[in-house]
Ligand binder design. Sequence first.
Ligand code: FES
Ligand code: FES
Length: 169
Amino acid sequence: MTEEHATVEVAVVVNGTPRTVQVEPRRLLVQLLRDDLGLTGTHVGCDTSQCGACTVHLDGRAVKSCSVLAVQADGSSVTTIEGLAPDGGLHPLQQAFWEQHGLQCGFCTPGMIMCAADLLARDPDPDEATVRHAIEGNICRCTGYHNIVKAIMAAAETARSGDATPAAS
Ligand code: FES
Ligand code: FES
């Protein structure tokens, strides 16, 4: 006999596009994004709110999407790494990570950038200690963090110079 699970409808705007998905109440936001919508730029590194690889923006604030139920996002806007630079170019943070060698394997990078975008939207001129504090919930096993911090500070400087605005979405 096939076991049937009750589902509920979740309506979210993802990267500017309204989406409606039927989900089990226990489904996580990260599962909705990756498995239901195919947005695999958001990574899963731990599933226990430790690593930050799953960080997205929920109504403009960074959240770990493995710690949010899909039903909690009903009626909200979600931005993933795929939607950070909707014009197809690179967001200033993406450009800076590239230029400052802020990644090696890249697994942590989407979450790191979404976390940093949230920081720079709130604080366009953070000092190094502020940047390090902001990303303390995001684990990188490769870089030692130094170039990540350099990249975030470089992106902030680019934005302040008026070349681009790393706004949260
Ligand atoms: S997968 Fe969400 S914090 Fe690690
Ligand atoms: S670049 Fe490999 S985990 Fe950060």
